[in-house]
Ligand binder design. Structure first.
Ligand SMILES: [Zn+2]
Length: 444
């Protein structure tokens, strides 16, 4: 393998002009829409019903004429015709890998890959690892679930950089700490809540991550924490390491977007994904930079092309050139459409509540949000932990939390419940459950 001295994994691709990038996107879009129409029964039917044809695509904007699909479309077409379903555009013989979603919002959906899809997936992962500075002299622990999860095989992309890779998977934390202590890896990928908890566990068992371990970079994904400055900083402080957020969709790749050294949003692989932002209620297309629901069209995945897939994720995209020199747009993810709630006509994202809580010195950062209705009105309560050693009363801590959240969100919680340090049962080794929605109607 020739030695890559560049800060870019693929300099031509990553720094090409917007014009060139969009020209390539258009070529790929025309090809994939035609391919989907010719080979996936669902697209043939839905395009015909909507009165659109692949040849209607003359510019990137022409995609807006095509119908949306969503998770429900995936579930309804899965298993129809073949087990891969009607969105699949290749025969099963051409499929070499499938992953499934976690099923956290219903029946798990399958994501199939051809050999070429899989190769390009790993090439994209290698690009992200390189982007955060992983090099052949690094040692990397892939502490992600390998069972059915699309993030598992990303370790193959990590190996492409030349780094030494350890296939950790979901090891119990004592065993993982042993790996970190014994093999002294420099890079690890896990979820943000687990990165934080593992750091705390290490400290409790007499290991100081800063002194006794050698982790320099932590990649996080799967939850929003890595894009929340205060959460990232809290993890960085425990580990004495840089934290980078990655964003993925099981329906596309393990990671579709990743932070660079400037950490101002996540560069998305625009050579693979055409990004639109739409009004989450009406579906109206919004100009780039507006806050809305991301709609992705995969440009190069042939096993199961996704044409105008509504992700359910809310955010915005910045397509100006980044200080790092990369031209692919940067997405800023605010949260899931389903997690957003409305209090006194203000849109509240749990990620904003988290950012508010993690910026308060008197609390540990663990929290629980309870959304409920009272007198036909939506309210929310926040439960937090007072840090050990804080001499303020619970009422005083609650007042600090209320004031801080009001300043950040524009609305205040109806209640703040103060627990002692360690009193909340929200610490988990997987995705933490921190939102409880007790509403029985759609009250807002
Ligand atoms: Zn950048």
């Amino acid at each position: 393998m020739p030695i890559n001295k560049s800060k870019f994994w693929d300099e031509v691709l990553e720094t090409q002009s917007r014009e060139q990038l969009e020209e390539n996107q258009l070529k790929d879009l025309q090809e994939i829409v035609q391919f989907a129409y010719d080979h996936a029964p669902y697209y043939k039917r839905s395009f015909d019903e909507a009165g659109v044809k692949p040849s209607d695509i003359k510019t990137l904007k022409d995609i807006e004429k095509f119908p949306f699909i969503n998770k429900k479309t995936q579930r309804e077409t899965q298993g129809v015709g073949s087990f891969l379903g009607e969105l699949c555009a290749v025969p099963e013989d051409d499929v070499v890998f499938i992953s499934t979603s976690s099923g956290s919002t219903g029946v798990p959906t399958i994501s199939p890959f051809t050999a070429k899809d899989f190769d390009e997936f790993q090439e994209t992962e290698a690009r992200w690892f390189w982007q955060v500075g992983m090099r052949p002299n690094d040692r990397y622990v892939h502490a992600l679930n390998f069972s059915l999860y699309v993030g598992g095989p990303d370790v193959i992309g990590a190996q492409r950089t030349g780094a030494l890779c350890i296939w950790g998977g979901t090891l119990p934390s004592e065993r993982l700490l042993w790996v970190l202590k014994t093999y002294k890896p420099t890079v690890i990928w896990t979820s943000p809540s687990y990165a934080w908890q593992l750091g705390e566990k290490a400290l409790k068992s007499g290991i100081d991550p800063k002194k006794d371990l050698n982790i320099k970079k932590i990649i996080v994904a799967g939850e929003l924490g890595g894009s929340i400055d205060a959460t990232r900083k809290a993890i960085e402080d425990i580990w004495g390491a840089e934290v980078y957020d990655f964003y993925g969709l099981s329906d596309i790749f393990g990671a579709c977007a990743a932070m660079c050294e400037y950490k101002d949003g996540l560069h998305i692989a625009e050579n693979h994904i055409l990004v639109e932002t739409v009004d989450p209620q009406t579906g109206e297309v919004l100009p780039p930079g507006s806050k809305g629901e991301f709609v992705f069209t995969t440009l190069r995945k042939h096993a199961r092309p996704l044409i105008r897939f509504r992700t359910g994720d809310i955010g915005w995209i910045d397509q100006t050139k980044c200080k790092c020199g990369r031209t692919h747009g940067r997405i800023h993810v605010l949260g899931r459409k389903d997690d957003m709630f409305i209090v006194s006509a203000v849109n509240v994202f749990p990620s904003d509540v988290e950012a508010g809580i993690r910026s308060i010195n008197e609390v540990t950062g663990e929290y629980l949000i309870r959304i409920y209705e009272e007198n036909f009105t939506c309210r929310f309560a926040v439960e937090i932990e007072k840090k050990a050693g804080i001499t303020l009363s619970d009422d005083e801590v609650a007042a600090i939390v209320t004031k801080s959240l009001k300043a950040r969100l524009g609305v205040k919680p109806a209640k703040v419940v103060v627990h002692p340090d360690g009193g909340l049962n929200t610490r988990s080794e997987h995705k933490s459950k921190r939102i409880i929605d007790e509403r029985t109607t759609n009250v807002q």
